[in-house]
Design a protein around this ligand. Structure first.
Ligand code: F0G
Length: 459
């Protein structure tokens, strides 16, 4: 597997600290064995998330200086509207401060208490906002997504048969919305095909159910469609994005991913004026006036530029190439992972790598901590630690897969950094049976993984 060379050169650098294993052992113990509690100064390579961690371009930084900070009707706002309307083909675009703010202003309008929200898999914050609005989340991921070893082009798809069964057992009026997450983060950054988006949109429209696209990684999804869906092999990324968004009535977007900004989000509505007015009423008291939505004018300017940079094909080839390269290096060491590799990183199958650790001692977390100890690399659990306890029974809930996510920030790390990560995991595989499981000493009721205090389980 050849590394796809960067379509940019480096103009500014940010030093990172290389620490010793002894130093890291102390640092992680002080952080109660939770990567979120580490100081980032103690991290060498940070693969905790691809969200808000990308490097902006010289054009974006120049745009920051040109940002118009007017309270209302700023130039940068209009520039963002023009860019986003053309890109997504929607009439209404509303900036907000990040993805969950978009969810907060849109979802309560759509959901009546007790209604279902169906998805190819909701991201945690989206699930949180569904629950807060009184909705009931139903994930209908494609069944093949659970198997990390079987190949499928579009593991992010929604299971249309399951959707059909669900709708035959429930009235359409019981379903508030269908949310299509592109790419599907929770199952490994897996893409959703346009065929699937079209089919879901057809079924939803027939039943009068609105479709919301959770579009955080829209550009990466479009690149996978071009590579894997025959109908679109000769289409431009722009054409594919328009085809994707035709299969939705509204979208929420965390712009911290494919928008390549450190903070920002969007809500889009195709054409429903009543919905637009209601969104406006939620934005003003929560996010600020419509023309800035919780962001500075310079943020709007940088986002307008980031959106166009993220759809350049040379960039996307390099971007997806990084995940593919890291996965290929892991294959050399026999480290199992979700395949095909996702768009924003590699999801290591920690359950398979550390079979001696039971699910309720969090193999995904155990591997993340071990990777930090081995090489100062921060990653995170996407497994049973991430699942909160059942709110009614207090019982631990088991995730379908115990993943350690190696999320790759955009335009930040080099081939050599990825080699360090792969080689560290290769070394851990050699002594896998010595890696301990973890137990929780203290946790919160909701989103416990962020602040939980843990310790290794004594053998
Ligand atoms: N939707 C998806 C698919 C996401 O991956 C995220 C964030 C959000 C919504 C919420 O956006 O953070 O801007 O409020 N995902 C990050 C991650 C945090 O690490 O995967 P936000």
């Amino acid at each position: 597997m050849k590394y796809v060379a960067e379509p940019f050169k480096i103009k500014m650098v940010e030093p990172v600290r290389i620490t010793t294993p002894e130093y890291r052992r102390e640092a992680i113990a002080k952080a109660n064995f939770n990567g979120f509690s580490l100081s980032s100064d103690d991290v060498y390579i940070d693969l905790q998330t691809d969200s808000g961690t990308g490097a902006m371009s010289d054009a974006q930084w120049a745009g920051m200086l040109r940002g118009d900070e007017a309270y209302s009707g700023g130039r940068s706002y209009f520039k963002l509207l023009e860019t986003a309307k053309e890109l997504f083909g929607y009439e209404y675009i509303q900036p907000v401060h990040q993805g969950r703010a978009a969810e907060k202003v849109l979802l309560p309008i759509l959901i009546k208490p007790g209604q279902y929200v169906i998805s190819n898999t909701l991201f945690d914050t989206t699930r949180g906002h569904v629950t807060i609005a009184g909705g009931r989340a139903v994930d209908l991921a494609s069944p093949i997504a659970k198997s990390t070893t079987e190949y499928a082009d579009f593991k992010g798809d929604l299971d249309v048969d399951a959707l059909g069964s669900f709708l035959s057992e429930h009235e359409a009026s019981e379903v508030a919305a269908i949310v299509m997450t592109v790419t599907n983060n929770s199952v490994g950054g897996q893409p959703v095909s346009i065929a699937n988006l079209r089919e879901v949109y057809r079924i939803a429209s027939d039943a009068g159910i609105p479709v919301v696209i959770d579009a955080a990684r829209f550009a990466e999804n479009a690149f996978f469609v071009k590579q894997r869906e025959k109908e679109f092999a000769a289409s431009s990324i722009r054409e594919i994005i328009l085809a994707m968004f035709e299969c939705g009535d509204a979208f929420t977007m965390s712009a911290k991913k494919d928008g390549i900004v450190n903070m920002g989000g969007l809500v889009g509505v195709r054409s429903n004026q009543e919905l637009v007015e209601k969104i406006g009423m939620n934005v003003i008291p929560n996010e600020g006036y419509l023309s800035y939505g919780g962001l500075a004018g310079r943020d709007l300017e940088a986002l307008a530029i980031g959106l166009t940079e993220s759809i350049e094909e040379d960039y996307l080839r390099y971007r997806i190439g990084q995940s593919e390269y890291l996965a290929a290096r892991l294959d050399e060491f026999g480290v199992p992972h979700q395949r095909p590799v996702g768009g924003h990183g590699v999801y290591v199958d920690a359950g398979a790598l550390l079979p001696h650790i039971p699910w309720n001692q969090y193999p995904g977390h155990a591997l993340a901590i071990e990777l930090y100890l081995e090489a100062g690399v921060r990653s995170c659990d996407i497994g049973s630690l991430l699942m909160d306890r059942n709110p009614e029974t207090g019982e631990q809930q088991r995730a379908a897969n115990e993943f350690t996510r190696l999320a790759i920030p955009r335009r930040v790390y080099t081939q050599a950094h990825l080699d360090v990560v792969a080689e560290a995991l290769g070394a851990i595989k050699q002594r896998a049976s010595e890696v301990p499981g973890y137990e929780i000493l203290w946790e919160t009721k909701v989103m416990r993984h962020f602040t939980a205090k843990l310790r290794p389980v004594a053998k």
